[in-house]
Design a protein around this ligand. Structure first.
Ligand code: MSP
Length: 646
């Protein structure tokens, strides 16, 4: 059976600056879609690139004393570097200065001229250079009358000032396509996602379309207009064509490539450029007798503290800096999870840090780590297939199936944040299952049930890992490797059915997947403290000493704390003073059994404190040897439990 083809694109970015968080966001969404489609088994093509012509670029180049070509060339490496850093798996990077693109644009214009959809006239009005757009009297904020010398209106889209232009121009008969566009929107209610954006477009078209000026004579940095060297093609028409020229439009040798991929399944774009994609682009395609793209996914803006990111505000977030601090894939997760596609999202490093710690380090990373550590400690690296499941495991299996269905539905509608929210619910259900089963108790008491709990957790993690591959490809490959799942055809979403809970797993410990950010900070602070020199020694008074109640106790029970690699949990007998639960960070150096029956010294009146939800009612005294190994402080001969040290 031939695979379904899926062609997805990003907007092409103005080659005037390095990529910022907003550019990363558009590209990331397209990458997630592309990777998801691959997982579903589609044959995919993913296009991104740069928009390099136009007045804005010509001006910016002039300001720094470069030719436009030199100027744009200086940014291309930065785009590719950031996309690689963030594991953006694009198939092609188009530049509108590429010769094949220029040829393709000219081919389209020639076709429209032949069909009588282009005529020559003159344009008088206002132009917004940052947006590269004509601001007509009807959409300008202020009515204007240039001849009376009134002030230029600000651009309705970006609010910046416009400039007056008056020049000969070729026009595309956009007005002739209004009815056809409206009929198209009606027939394809899902063309523009989310639907709120569709309503804006429909009312814009209903209010009447003017013909579109598609050439400029006062600038020369652009695609030469076919058969009229005085003109260059309007930069937006040039840019939109990238979606077809990249896959061979205008090149007879690439006909089959074009036929394979066009129409695109999805154009991803920000809300600021909807009109170009939902009105001008479909009309141009209709005029050229080409199929229309299947869908537009329109996302909101990433704001910083509710404000637009801009150079003048100095709040532009650099994705390279973010990756250095937090690693690229946790940032990918955060952007997709916390910036809903259908609205603007507020970015903050505090929220990013919290999300990484709670969702990634605590919920997901810990689950994997606890399970693999526990299995390894109990020599269960090879987890056999299970033929009969307990009630609790069956409930978890059912949940995993329901999660898979819901996740697929959300992903189909590009509701990434909802897909992830649903998946996290399941991660926490798996955590709860693991915790409730208390496998650390089962390891010796019921090895068969122990293996079952480990297996159910592995099956859950397998699904979680595969579903998250489009969001965090490398981290999830590592997770899957840790449970011995090799990536291949069989790991596509369709294979993750309920009935596939029959796999053996091979476990292998891997370095911590996600570091808690507080831990990173604590480590740094500890290091800083070590280098501090104590300038003045402070003496303890006798009052200070008597305040600390040190007592002898015997460890009656010792066990692992499943959530922790470091802690051991003791029940300590203090004679007439009763038995207390005391936690100590000794697990890395000792087996629990090594402590049973030992008499040690404990701080008895330490304020009880909670660790991982369990109370520790005292503290064991230890001395560290030359290897930093803690050695329990004992008394030379046995004394009654509860004896106070003086
Ligand atoms: N060159 C045009 C697109 C031509 S497509 C045929 C352009 N380029 S851009 O570099 O200004 O913007 C590219 C994309 O980045 C747009 O989708 C825009 O919405 C997105 N973003 C730029 N800043 C953004 C945020 N702060 N937040 C989210 N995305 C935003 O427009």
């Amino acid at each position: 059976m031939s695979k379904q083809t899926f062609y997805v694109t990003t907007p092409i970015y103005y080659g005037t600056a390095r990529p910022h968080l907003g550019s990363l966001y558009s590209t990331l969404l397209a990458d997630v879609v592309n990777r998801w489609q691959k997982l579903l088994g589609s044959d995919t093509y993913f296009l991104t690139g740069t928009d390099e012509h136009g007045q804005k670029i010509a001006q910016a180049a002039q300001e720094v004393g470069k030719t436009p070509q030199e100027f744009v060339d200086s940014f291309i490496a930065a785009y590719k570097e950031v996309w690689n850093l963030y594991h953006i798996d694009y198939s092609q990077f188009i530049r509108t200065t590429d010769p094949y693109h220029i040829k393709g644009v000219q081919e389209l214009i020639t076709k429209l001229m032949e069909r009588g959809d282009i005529y020559k006239s003159s344009y008088e009005g206002w132009y917004c250079t940052p947006c590269e757009t004509y601001v007509t009297q009807t959409n300008a904020r202020h009515e204007l009358d240039r001849r009376k010398g009134e002030k230029a209106p600000s651009c309705p889209s970006c609010g910046r000032g416009t400039v007056a232009i008056s020049e000969e121009s070729y026009f595309f008969k956009l007005s002739a396509y209004a009815d056809k566009l409206l009929a198209f929107y009606k027939e394809h209610p899902d063309f523009i996602l989310p639907s709120e954006r569709a309503n804006e477009v429909i009312s814009f078209v209903e209010s009447g379309l003017k013909d579109l000026s598609i050439s400029r004579t006062t600038i020369s940095w652009g695609v030469p207009f076919p058969a009229d060297s005085e003109h260059v093609v309007y930069v937006w028409v040039d840019a939109l064509c990238n979606y077809i020229t990249a896959i061979g439009y205008g090149d007879p040798d690439k006909k089959s490539m074009f036929e394979k991929w066009w129409p695109a399944q999805l154009h991803v774009l920000g809300k600021d450029i909807v009109r170009f994609h939902a009105v001008y682009w479909p009309a141009l395609l209709m005029a050229a007798d080409l199929a229309l793209p299947k869908q537009l996914l329109v996302h909101g803006w990433i704001q910083i503290d509710k404000q637009k990111m801009s150079k003048s505000r100095g709040n532009v977030v650099d994705p390279v800096e973010l990756a250095k601090l937090y690693e690229p894939e946790p940032v990918r997760y955060y952007l997709v999870r916390k910036m809903p596609v259908n609205s603007d999202g507020d970015f903050s490093t505090g929220d990013l840090e919290q999300t990484i710690t709670s969702d990634l380090a605590n919920d997901l990373g810990n689950l994997l780590n606890r399970m693999v550590s526990l299995a390894e400690r109990n020599r269960l690296e090879q987890v056999p297939a299970v033929s009969e499941w307990s009630e609790a495991a069956i409930t978890l299996q059912k949940e995993s199936q329901a999660t898979l269905d819901a996740y697929r539905e959300h992903m189909e509608k590009y509701e990434f944040h909802l897909a992830l929210a649903r998946l996290w619910k399941f991660i926490n259900q798996t955590n709860a299952y693991f915790h409730e089963q208390e496998p650390w108790k089962l390891a010796k008491a019921d090895p068969k049930l122990f293996a079952q709990v480990i297996s159910a957790t592995c099956h859950s993690l397998r699904m979680i890992g595969v579903l998250l591959l489009p969001i965090m490809p490398e981290k999830m490959s590592a997770l899957l490797q840790s449970i011995g799942v090799a990536l291949g055809e069989q790991d596509t979403v369709t294979s993750l059915q309920f009935t596939t809970w029959n796999q053996p797993f091979t476990l292998k410990k891997i370095p911590t997947l996600f570091q808690k950010l507080e831990e990173q900070k604590e480590q740094k602070m500890d290091e800083e403290k070590k280098t501090e020199t104590v300038s003045e020694k402070t003496y303890a008074t006798i009052d200070d000493v008597v305040k600390v109640e040190l007592r002898v106790g015997t460890i009656m029970q010792a066990e692992d704390v499943p959530e922790s690699e470091k802690l051991l949990k003791f029940q300590v007998d203090f004679g007439e003073l009763g038995t207390r639960q005391i936690l100590a960070g000794l697990r890395k150096f000792y087996e629990p059994d090594q402590f049973i029956g030992k008499q040690g010294v404990f701080v008895f009146n330490l304020k009880p404190r909670k660790m991982l939800g369990m109370e520790s009612q005292g503290m064991m005294l230890v001395a560290k040897d030359s290897d930093d190994k803690p050695i329990m402080v004992t008394v030379p001969s046995t004394v009654p439990n509860g004896t106070r040290l003086k």
